[in-house]
Design a binder for this molecule. Structure first.
Ligand code: 3PG
Length: 394
């Protein structure tokens, strides 16, 4: 795919797709990570004299304007972080957008209102794509985290305008290539989170691609139960026992080690500070639930990390958002961070809760790459082509 190195943006109107789908509470942005990630590309285009027209979605307004999902509160935050004014147009197409865009001078930046206020965005409708395309001369996509969507602003536009990957998209794809595309072996994957059901495709894809697959979090309970181990009142998808066994069989056939917890931190209730104890996974009482992996399990995970050259991580090993059930996630994340800092491991992480878990462990900064993508990271780990990336390669 082409990058900003190949693009001539000077004096051009550059439609720059970014992901500003940031956590917000009462109109205040509560986590600026995604905004930070798009700054380099905006700066580079602006410094080269491009007129930056930012396209982004926010929430899922289902094709209709919705005051609660306006991008207006993001513009001043972006302006402050960027250190230059950012205009705002309260529609992403039509006369309002056209007027603001035509008034831009070289180097100016404007943010257009939520693309999902129009039905044509998610439908990738030709007339909507045309309307967006009329606002730009060049298209740059810097929103890897929305690249699993074949929407007008993430995919359609690339068929109409000269198209390039932004710097964050580029960094993301390079990191992912190192993680699973063409990794140094051995490769260890750590997959956690609550449910097997949301990660079946992921697990099936990984067993044929990695040397060891560490399964943690609530989903590990389903694997333990499938082996006939009693997990008490733990979160467990008993109906997926056959699926879990099939994944273990596929792993064996592919020479991939499956690493499951051998001990567990259990409690009778799921709340902060609940009385807890550590038991062997074979000794979980009927009235208790598993809320974290125990120290022996962490030791095993860390030994696998010591042997690995590459780590891909998605999902926490326990109920990390509630103390004291964050210990396994924190300990393994810190160990991976140390190995990375020492130059012994390439570590790539992403998806949903993962960034929050690594931040909580103070480990994120030392990882080789932490993706801010949720669904897109997962689909990439599942081996699925991402429409927003594929179209840039075409
Ligand atoms: C995300 O937050 O993962 C991306 O912005 C995509 O959002 P979506 O799941 O609503 O398409």
């Amino acid at each position: 795919f082409k990058t900003l190195d190949d693009a001539d943006v000077t004096g051009k109107r550059v439609l720059l797709r970014v992901d500003l789908n940031v956590p917000m509470k009462d109109g205040v942005v509560t986590d600026k990570t995604r905004i930070e990630r798009v700054l380099p590309t905006i700066r580079e285009i602006s410094e080269k004299g491009g007129r930056v027209v930012l396209l982004a979605h926010f929430g899922r307004p289902k094709g209709k304007p919705n005051a609660d999902m306006s991008l207006a509160p993001v513009a001043p935050v972006l302006a402050e972080m960027l250190g230059q004014p950012v205009g705002f147009a309260d529609d992403c197409v039509g006369p309002v957008a056209a007027g603001i865009v035509s008034a831009l001078k070289d180097g100016n930046v404007v943010l257009l209102e939520n693309t999902r206020f129009h039905e044509g965005e998610e439908k990738n409708a030709p007339d909507f794509v045309d309307a967006l395309a009329s606002l730009g001369d060049v298209y740059v996509n810097d929103a890897f985290s929305a690249a699993h969507r074949a929407h007008a602003s993430t995919e359609g536009l690339a068929h109409h305008l000269p198209s390039y990957a932004g710097r964050t998209m580029q960094a993301e794809l390079e990191a992912l290539e190192k993680g699973l595309g063409n990794p140094e072996r051995p490769v260890v994957a750590v997959v956690g989170g609550a449910k097997v059901s949301s990660k079946i495709d992921l697990l099936q894809n990984l067993v044929s691609r990695v040397d060891a697959l560490v399964i943690g979090g609530g989903m590990a309970n389903t694997f333990l139960a499938a082996q006939g181990i009693s997990v008490g009142k733990s979160l467990c998808e008993h109906d997926l026992a056959d699926t879990a066994r099939a994944i273990v069989e596929a792993a064996k056939a592919a020479g991939c080690a499956i690493v499951l917890p051998v001990d567990a931190v259990i409690a009778r209730e799921f709340k902060a500070g609940a009385a807890s104890e550590t038991v062997d996974v074979h000794a979980v009482p009927d009235d208790a639930m598993i809320l974290d992996a125990g120290p022996k399990s962490v030791e095993t995970v860390n030994q696998w990390l010591d042997k690995a050259k590459t780590l891909v991580w998605n999902g926490p090993l326990g109920a990390f958002e509630i103390q004291p059930f964050d210990k396994a996630t924190v300990a393994a994340a810190r160990h991976a961070a140390e190995l990375t800092r020492a130059g012994k491991l390439v570590s790539v992480a992403g998806g949903g809760d993962t960034v929050a878990a690594l931040n909580q462990a103070g480990a994120a900064a030392d990882f080789s790459y932490v993706s801010t993508a949720g669904g897109a990271f997962l689909e990439w780990m599942e081996g699925k082509p991402l429409p927003g990336v594929e179209v840039l390669k075409a």
